[in-house]
Design a protein around this ligand. Structure first.
Ligand code: KG4
Ligand code: ZN
Length: 369
């Protein structure tokens, strides 16, 4: 079947066309328009501006995806769309566009959870990957571990209690004056830092984001604050203002020390999860799954425990339409359908609440969310 998928939960307007069946998982097109240059002016995503830019771009992005796929709109069998979680105004643009499109084409409308979409990106490059497996999702808004029992049945077994890893990367990058969003720049600087350090310990003792208890939960706020204090102290020591550039060596040191703490902390809880749940297959997903140090660390943990690791290519880690189409296919197979009363939800909790009240415009075979 041909699925047209739309994603607009944050600052990427994205659409994709996929051909999916029992034996095929093909991405025919995957068009992403990123608003990064707009939000870079403000050092972070401005929700109101994001919504407006989605409105301006969505028609052209969907059009481009359909053209690139070389298919007729009339051949589309279903429209999948991200409906939660994310920025509410941004989500609503995609949801309303998808509703109109599905209605006019007279095809099913499939609501997709953004986080499940991130995980589903892994199916696209691994034709044999099948649930059950565990998933580690590390993004701008999430740092969670799941047991994926079936493609649409996720059990969260650990998560962050405050900031997400991506948020922390971006904040530290911003305070060090790196280009927005800071994650990718931190990755490169950290690599330099590790090289310069030549195996020696980081002089700054970054706290671990792995909460010291029996849970599989994280906390990134202490680590983030430690990094920010370290940077402010250095500025004071060198009499630098907020706008003065910090010495390159110092930036490399902070990026590598911070990254090391993130990777060690995540890997620590991941190892416990693998042992506790006897994980055999793991999917690493989300924007921060693009981080080379995290990919390496998680790869080593999986190797040590004999776990098969599935990590999407970098282009499928960040927000995109193909991942929504992939999850949309499985939701379609599970008889999940939305009608024109479909709403958008900023959080998983809000979506769950609406589901329990039967007020989300979604019909399901089972109450599994
Ligand atoms: O999944 P995503 O595209 O959006 C959300 O759903 O949140 O993730 C975006 C996050 C941003 O915080 C960005 O800085 C981070 O992913 N990111 C990275 C890297 N590439 C993107 N963080 C660390 N290292 C990277 N290479
Ligand atoms: Zn995302």
């Amino acid at each position: 079947m041909l699925i047209l998928a739309i994603e607009s939960s944050c600052d990427e307007t994205a659409a994709a066309v996929l051909r999916m069946s029992d034996t095929e998982r093909t991405v025919l097109s995957n068009t992403v328009y990123t608003q990064i240059s707009t939000h870079a002016l403000y050092g972070g995503v401005v929700p109101e501006i994001a919504s407006r830019e989605h409105i301006e771009k969505i028609s052209a992005v969907v059009d481009a995806a359909v053209k690139k796929a070389n298919v007729e709109l009339s051949c589309i069998d279903a429209v999948a769309v991200t409906y939660a979680p994310g920025l509410i105004g941004s989500l609503l643009v995609g949801v309303n566009f998808a509703k109109s499109l599905a209605f006019s084409l007279n095809v099913p409308l499939i609501p997709v959870n953004h986080i499940k979409g991130h995980v589903a990106a892994a199916y696209l490059e691994s034709p044999t990957l099948e649930a059950p497996f565990s998933a580690l999702v590390v993004s701008g808004g999430h740092t969670s571990i799941y047991n994926v029992k079936e493609p649409c049945d996720f059990e969260e077994i650990g998560s962050t209690r405050d900031d997400a890893a991506g948020e922390a990367f971006d904040k530290v990058g911003r305070i060090m004056g790196l280009p927005y969003p800071g994650g990718a720049a931190m990755d490169t600087l950290a690599a330099e830092g590790f090289k310069k350090r030549e195996g020696k310990k980081c002089p700054y003792k970054f706290p671990s984001p792995a909460i010291a208890d029996d849970t599989l939960d994280f906390s990134f706020s202490g680590l983030k604050t430690f990094a920010l204090n370290t940077i402010h102290t250095e500025r004071q020591k060198l009499s630098l203002s907020e706008n003065d550039e910090l010495p390159y060596d110092f930036r490399c040191e902070v990026a590598s020390g911070f990254t090391e703490a993130v990777v060690f902390g995540i890997c620590k809880k991941l190892e416990i999860a693998i042992e506790r749940y006897k994980t055999e297959k793991l999917v690493l997903a989300g924007g921060v799954a693009a981080n080379s140090h995290l990919r390496k660390g998680v790869g080593e943990v999986c190797k040590k425990h004999g776990v098969s690791l599935y990590v999407p290519s970098i282009s499928l880690c960040g927000d995109n339409g193909a991942m929504i189409g992939a999850q949309g296919y499985f939701e379609y197979l599970s008889d999940v359908r939305a009608d024109t009363s479909l709403n958008a939800y900023a959080s998983d909790e809000a979506a769950l609440h609406a589901m329990r009240n039967n007020s989300d415009g979604i019909s399901r075979k089972s109450k599994i969310q």
